[in-house]
Design a protein around this ligand. Sequence first.
Ligand SMILES: Nc1nc2c(ncn2[C@@H]2O[C@H](COP(=O)(O)OP(=O)(O)O)[C@@H](O)[C@H]2O)c(=O)[nH]1
Ligand SMILES: [Mg+2]
Length: 266
Amino acid sequence: MCGSSLQTRREVGDTLTLADRIKAGEVRTVSRLITLLENEDPGGVAILRLLVSNLHRAAVIGITGYPGAGKSTVIAQLVAAYRRRGMKVGILAVDISSPVTGGALLGDRIRMQEHTLDSEVYIRSMATRGHQGGLAHATSDATLVLEAAGYEVILIETIGVGQNEVDVVDVAHTVVAVVAPGLGDEVQAMKAGLLEVAHIVVVNKGDLAGSDTALRDLRDWYPTVLRTIATTGEGIPELVAAIAEHQRLRDLQGSSARLMRKGTGF
Ligand SMILES: Nc1nc2c(ncn2[C@@H]2O[C@H](COP(=O)(O)OP(=O)(O)O)[C@@H](O)[C@H]2O)c(=O)[nH]1
Ligand SMILES: [Mg+2]
């Protein structure tokens, strides 16, 4: 009896210590907790419960699109832009193709290289052995961990195919769909799917032939369509501004919804 209550006390103590380490932004503990949550570990869930009571408000931005559209390159540019503003940035790469080919992840590492030595940038590829939808769940949990650790911007990279990905999109406040010219059929397919949930559409590879046509075509369908050349950074300030504007409108809507609820006594 006595032994087990001691044990429990020690476990509670561990939980508190780990939670404090996360709040202090200790990167190793952040990684350890995300792994526990990927494995649906009850101890990890207990720590997360402690953390969510006191969250910072991070901007959570989903970057979706087909492989090769330039998501990672756009993200590397966004990271640079947010770092110039002194913000702490977390990146979650939810790339279901990576465990199969390994290639996408390697490519991402190369594109993110300049940021990997920056202690204010956290990069993690997500994996889960859990049930269907587990990836979306683990990503949502990881977002909370990063918020608790003081990350101010969280970028989630996903491939825009499959139900799992659309679930991940639910985690993000602002969803940016990245398309590239020359992927004509895929743009058509995306119109019926992921583009529907996107708040901002980016035609990347604006230096390639066909980008004008893609822009014109998409502007018939979506209010916010931007052109970027992620390899040079062209169009990135406009994308940062569009994301900020979307978050501002969303926050306004959120507070007016709260006011309405107050007004009607709910
Ligand atoms: N020409 C051109 N190539 C680009 C641009 N953005 C990315 N790329 C290239 O497209 C390839 C795929 O980019 P990546 O960011 O890995 O795409 P992801 O699979 O969507 O993450 C890489 O070789 C990039 O260098 C761009 O604006 N113009
Ligand atoms: Mg990528």
